[in-house]
Design a protein around this ligand. Structure first.
Ligand code: FNR
Length: 376
């Protein structure tokens, strides 16, 4: 068992260290997934069923992990997926994650339910640091409109990421068992704070359930995208697509929609929904044109540099990590997140070198054998 960040050699070590350091409530919220954790488990194992096809006699002296995500230059092809309540695990919070992102050149998507305000999170950002802001449309639309106005005033925030896979929260039992009432006051963002108070006074179980109290369950293709366009001129990224049909419909909304994140919410919404790499393979098979109309991202279950590289080979433009930065923060504050990035970047480099690829753009489908997952 690792006892310090220096002992941590991989992302599982960091999670193990964080698990011992953070409160049960934080652990329950971060670790939890819906029902029987089937999708979470599939997310965490599916990449082992995709095989690498390394080539030999290729000079791998040089290796460059930098790429562009949504037309912004970043040092690594992985980014921080939106995840709520970072201060539950460590007081440095989302601003601490932002600090580590600045050092490693990582793009960060700020959660609608972040435990600090967007202003606090981007405050210390360096030149060229890239953020997105994730939106859960609130039942009281005016609250979302107000937030979009605030986001507009922050030039570091380059896009709005609209999450669609959790119109209602999944049933997360590890989270529910810890009871949520004491989570109030951690959130820095107004709609959330009031929903936490509501949920706390109602004695509802689980941080997740409390956070979802004001979220709108009535979003549609027809009404929500025009509404959003009316209130922001930032590029839009849709998150939580789980079928090739929805990816195709999203592509019909390009260029207004600039990207999609294939995701099952880390297994926290619909249990037994497919891992995102499965959806990516469906898109390759049924509607490959989506990959040229939009930037397609995946998240869920990324534990290793080889996972990052496999997703990129199959056409993902970038790969999101949700729990890993939270556990990094819990394991050792800003340094813990830095260690997380350091490990994942080094593993990504090693995987690219061993595959015989110097640049991200050169990662191609022929570098992997995904037949076993394609048959699912
Ligand atoms: C999330 N996720 C999430 N997604 C989102 O769009 N808005 C949010 O506020 C949150 N909050 C959140 C909290 C916690 C604790 C977790 C673990 C996840 C989902 C997240 O963006 C991402 O899709 C998954 O976490 C990816 O899976 P991994 O990397 O955690 O396996």
């Amino acid at each position: 068992q690792p006892t310090s960040l220096a002992d941590c050699l991989n992302l599982d070590d960091i999670e193990a260290l964080a698990t011992r350091k953070i409160s049960r409530k934080a652990w329950g919220y971060y670790y939890s997934a819906a029902d029987d954790l089937t999708s979470k488990t599939l997310n965490n194992t599916v990449y082992t069923r995709i095989l690498m096809r390394p080539r030999i006699f290729i000079d791998c002296t040089k290796c460059d992990t930098s790429t562009s995500l949504l037309s912004h230059r970043v040092n690594v092809p992985f980014f921080v997926s939106p995840a709520a309540m970072a201060r539950l695990g460590n007081p440095a919070g989302e601003a601490g994650i932002a600090q580590a992102c600045g050092k490693y050149g990582v793009m960060q998507v700020i959660s609608n339910n972040a435990s600090q305000t967007p202003e606090q999170i981007v405050e210390g950002a360096g030149e060229g640091q890239v953020f997105g802001w994730q939106l859960y449309v609130q039942q009281d639309r005016q609250k979302s409109v107000e937030m979009l106005k605030r986001i507009k005033r922050l030039p570091q925030i380059k896009f709005v990421c609209l999450t669609l896979d959790a119109p209602v929260p999944g049933k997360r039992e590890h989270d529910e068992r810890t009871k949520s009432a004491a989570a109030g006051g951690v959130s820095g963002n107004l709609p959330v704070r009031s929903s936490l108070q509501q949920a706390g006074s109602a004695g509802a179980g689980g941080v997740g359930r409390a956070l979802f109290a004001g979220t709108a369950p009535d979003l549609t293709w027809k009404t929500t995208l025009p509404w959003l366009r009316q209130h922001t001129d930032l590029p839009i990224v849709l998150k939580g697509l789980q079928t090739h049909e929805d990816a195709y419909i999203a592509s019909l909304h390009a260029p207004q929609v600039k990207g999609i994140i294939l995701s099952n919410h880390g297994g926290r919404a619909m249990d037994t929904a497919p891992p995102s790499i499965h959806t990516l393979l469906e898109i390759r098979k049924y509607c490959p044109e989506v990959l040229s109309r939009l930037e397609v991202f995946v998240d869920g279950g990324i534990r290793r540099g080889t996972d990052v590289v496999k997703a990129l080979c199959l056409g993902a433009k970038g790969v999101g990590i949700g729990r890993a930065p939270l556990f990094g923060l819990g394991a050792g504050g800003v340094e813990g997140v830095e260690r997380t990035f350091e490990i994942l970047k080094a593993e990504t480099e090693t995987a690219m070198r061993l595959l015989g690829v110097e640049k991200v753009a050169d990662l191609r489908p022929h570098h992997v054998n995904a037949r076993s997952v394609e048959r699912d």
